[in-house]
Design a protein around this ligand. Structure first.
Ligand code: NAP
Length: 258
């Protein structure tokens, strides 16, 4: 990397000239969101841990390549959202390459829907580390860069499970509930900086690689499934916001577009 890319931003696209950092972009929803942000004109930092194909398909390099093959601008950035130094390095590398950051999609997540009594401590901690501390770390790292641009948009991917208290409790829903509290408060803190802060969850289940690997998707009827493109379109809409637009909200992919 030799400094900010000086290429001309695509014209006539809603996110032309913007830079988006997508955490958890090697597969699943994050991959589709990254592709959609690039299609909307953003330069995209494709951030996650997978640099080589493993048990679950998808790498940051393949996603970045797909974007550049389509004429967009992308940077594959290795990033473990649970590790402070890794996050700081990924954000610094993005700023060095693209000159700043305007949008964060904090999408990296792990699933654990088991009941509380049979949840190993390490599963509980993994959920909190990735889903909550990971959002905290990437958000904290990008805020100064959005402020330097005069505004921007922070989006954390959560889940409708936060509100399903009638279905009991698990580490996953608890971690996502905490993220919603974090972001709703942050929307107030960052309003003077012209930064929109919102949460976004699928309206229905998205049958991603991660969902399939978890074994949780076997009994989902077709009408309860939505394509990842619904989250991508909603993420692009939220990425376009600043504090004068939609902020301090928890959105669902299908209802926000209506
Ligand atoms: P997925 O297919 O398992 O993808 C998860 C992504 O998170 C991958 O890119 C993975 O990349 C990344 N990730 C996991 N741990 C990470 C870490 N420590 N550091 C950096 N990246 C990490 O999951 P998905 O279904 O697309 O879910 C995406 C988001 O949507 C999650 O936050 C999930 O909770 C939320 N969500 C999904 C659904 C659904 O129906 N699928 C419903 C509600 C909410 P690496 O493994 O390469 O690091």
């Amino acid at each position: 990397m030799t400094g900010p890319v000086q290429g001309k931003p695509p014209e006539g696209k809603p996110l032309a000239g913007k830079v988006a950092f997508v955490a958890g972009a090697s597969r699943g929803i994050g991959r589709t969101v990254a592709l959609a942000l690039a299609e909307a004109g953003a330069s995209v930092a494709v951030a996650a841990r997978s640099e080589q194909e493993g048990r679950v398909p998808g790498t940051i390099h393949a996603v970045a390549q797909r974007i550049t093959d389509a004429g967009g601008r992308a940077l594959a950035v290795p990033c473990d959202v649970t590790a402070e130094e890794s996050v700081e390095a990924a954000v610094a590398g993005t700023v060095k390459e693209f000159g700043g950051i305007d949008v964060l999609i904090a999408n990296a997540g792990v699933l654990w829907l088991g009941p509380v009594e049979s949840t190993p401590l390490k599963r509980w901690q993994l959920c909190l580390d990735v889903n909550l501390t990971g959002v905290f770390l990437v958000t904290r790292a990008v805020i100064p860069h959005l402020r330097a641009r005069g505004g921007g948009s922070l989006v954390a991917v959560t889940t409708g499970g936060v509100g399903m208290t009638d279905r009991g409790a698990n580490a996953y829903w608890v971690s996502k509930a905490a993220v919603e509290r974090l972001y709703l408060g942050l929307a107030v803190d960052l309003r003077p900086d012209n930064i929109a802060v919102n949460c976004l969850a699928p309206s229905r289940v998205v049958l991603t690689e991660g969902w399939a690997a978890s074994g949780a998707g076997r009994e989902i009827p077709p009408e309860a499934v939505e394509p990842p493109e619904a989250m991508a379109a909603a993420a692009v809409l939220l990425a376009r916001q600043d504090a004068s637009g939609i902020t301090g909200t928890v959105q669902r992919s299908e209802s926000i577009r209506r």
